[in-house]
Design a protein around this ligand. Structure first.
Ligand code: VTB
Length: 331
């Protein structure tokens, strides 16, 4: 590639990393209009429609590799859908237009609109199934914790590496019956468990700043799409993440095979989920621990977004005031 080419490519990536902020902003605002109305589906659809509209304005030839459902289901941003104006760079797109639909419908903390963009062919193409995950922040030797180690051993290893007692370790876990054994084992090792009802992308991101969040490790089974999105964030801010798809039926294994997954038991490292340069963005829908939610004021909409680039590790927090409210919402 000529240096001129390399330069334009670089420039384009830099521009795109700001452009994607518009995408999550609009999805967040659309969903926020339906906060607290008890209708998860409508809120999700509103976020999807806004996200698609904005994605299609980007100068990219994008393919959704992490999305919601398959082609013939509800008109979601489906896996395989082409997005962008079709004229720019080929990129992989991962979306979770409304992460925490229940949180939004109940106007509870932590709903976000999120997406990631990466070099074409570099994101794990995961079906919409569960993923068993383990994540810690930056600064530890690789492999200090492991998905296949006993939870108690992971807590002890992490405490030792951090130079604290297991009692000083806090694990974040989704509050689900399926985690009963995991929770018991973590507590038996002496660590404490903090629960979230939804929203494990933010949960994984929080492990990167234990001093601020009080969270040292994320453990348990959540969505696979959320796992890949969290991986794109950690690829920017550092930290370790391992995941394994939960392919517990022949139907799911067949679906995974079709997406190119030969080994249904494969343990994915972060670098297997995100193999190239990526950009991650999230905008708050409801107020949360990661981001402030959308504020509607007289003639003004306020949003807060975080956008990260893996190539440089830059993290930007963007507080925006949108003034042409009608235009902003109509697209
Ligand atoms: C998690 C969480 C999501 O789904 O992935 C979780 O991050 C896992 O699924 O916000 P179950 O709800 O079936 O346990 C969400 O809670 C909702 O999409």
């Amino acid at each position: 590639m000529s240096s001129h080419h390399a330069q334009t490519r670089h420039l384009l990536e830099r521009i795109l990393s700001i452009e994607i902020v518009r995408v999550t902003e609009r999805a967040a605002v659309a969903a926020a209009r339906l906060r607290g109305l008890g209708n998860e589906k409508d809120a999700d659809q509103a976020a999807v429609d806004a996200m698609r509209r904005e994605l299609n304005k980007l100068p990219i030839e994008g393919t959704v590799v992490i999305g919601e459902g398959e082609r013939d289901e509800a008109p979601m941003l489906f896996i395989g859908e082409a997005v962008g104006d079709g004229k720019g760079r080929k990129v992989d797109i991962a979306v979770d237009p409304l992460e925490g639909t229940t949180l939004c419908a109940k106007d509870m903390p932590g709903a976000i609109a999120t997406m990631a963009m990466a070099q074409s062919g570099t994101l794990l193409n995961a079906p919409d199934v569960y993923m068993d995950k383990i994540a810690i922040g930056p600064g530890y030797a690789h492999g200090v914790v492991d998905l296949d180690a006993a939870p108690g051993d992971n807590i002890n290893a992490l405490a030792k590496a951090k130079g604290v007692r297991p009692a000083d370790i806090t694990a974040l876990v989704l509050d689900r019956p399926r985690h009963a054994d995991l929770i018991a084992a973590v507590r038996k090792a002496g660590a404490s468990v903090r629960f979230i009802s939804d929203g494990d992308i933010a949960g994984v991101i929080h492990t990167a700043e234990p001093d601020v969040t009080g969270i040292d490790i994320y453990l348990g089974i959540g969505g696979a799409p959320e796992g890949v999105l969290a991986a794109t964030a950690l690829a920017c801010i550092g930290g370790q993440l391992q995941g394994r798809l939960v392919l517990d039926s022949e139907e799911k294994r067949a679906r995974a095979r079709q997406m190119g997954i030969a080994d249904p038991r494969k343990k994915y490292e972060l670098k297997d989920m995100v193999r190239g340069d990526s950009v991650f963005a999230a905008t708050g829908v409801t107020d949360g621990s990661l981001l402030r939610g959308v504020r509607f004021r007289d003639g003004l909409i306020e949003t807060e977004t975080v956008v990260m680039r893996s190539a440089t590790g830059t993290v930007r927090w963007i507080r925006a005031e949108h003034r042409q409210v009608d235009k902003f919402e109509r697209g």
